[in-house]
Design a protein around this ligand. Structure first.
Ligand code: CA
Length: 235
């Protein structure tokens, strides 16, 4: 079973925290509640959550100060922060984003809205999950067994090239820039040069053999996988 995403709720009002926690639990998340910055810090020191819901108005250190602190710390830096604010003021929202929050949501908010925002920050941060199978032309990828075949013949392919191919096949015909590929395939927790993408695309083409031409270079833009390559497919 896949691990449930952990959500650290930093909120001093227990009624609000409880309501959020119940809704998160019902929707496949694992909520953890901290009522102030100090207890939130203890939670972070123990286990890093997948996302932090951070209230703006807190006793002691404000949400804004905490966001700034956690962004400056290399350990907590990769964890997305969603600010909860009761204020509708534009300057406050901007201050929150400046402090390093990934997004903000204004109270009162609906459960649906909150879930959508949490999923959005998680998607932006997390590398594409390899969970299914896809076939384009005669190129088939089975994520469950980690197998790739072309015209029924199995292909040998490395783990990074596999993830790269899976992403291309799930989003065919679209051009992806190197930085988008780094973000979606490698995830932005890592620091990798964009040239690394070129290296893996080259390896991927080699691994694909006759289907390698389906991975096209789009000059000045990036790469795409197409079902209609410039040159006809051959075995
Ligand atoms: Ca509060």
């Amino acid at each position: 079973m896949r691990k449930l995403p952990r959500v650290l709720i930093v909120e001093d009002e227990s009624a609000i925290a409880e309501l959020i926690a119940v809704n998160l639990r019902h929707n496949g998340f694992q909520p953890i509640w901290a009522e102030d910055g100090e207890s939130a810090q203890r939670e972070l020191d123990a286990v890093l959550p997948d996302v932090i819901l951070l209230d703006w108005m807190l006793p002691g250190q404000s949400g804004l100060q905490l966001a700034r602190k956690w962004r400056a710390d290399s350990r907590t830096k990769p964890v997305p922060i969603l600010m909860l604010t009761a204020r509708g003021d534009e300057p406050d929202k901007i201050a929150g984003l400046d402090a390093g929050a990934d997004d903000y949501i204004t109270k009162p908010f609906s459960t649906q809205e909150l879930l959508a925002r949490i999923r959005a920050v998680l998607r932006r941060r997390a590398p594409e999950q390899v969970t299914d199978s896809v076939t384009i032309c005669d190129l088939a990828l089975d994520a469950a067994t980690h197998r790739v075949s072309f015209q029924g013949q199995p292909l040998k392919i490395g783990p990074t090239e596999f993830k790269l191919l899976h992403f291309f096949m799930k989003h065919p015909e679209r051009v992806h820039s190197r930085s988008q590929l780094l973000d979606k395939v490698w995830g932005d927790h890592v620091f990798i040069e964009e040239r690394t993408v070129d290296v893996h695309v080259k390896r991927l083409r080699e691994a694909l053999g006759g289907a390698g031409i389906m991975v096209e270079t789009v000059r000045g833009a990036g790469y795409r996988l197409t079902a209609q390559p410039q040159v006809p497919l051959r075995a």
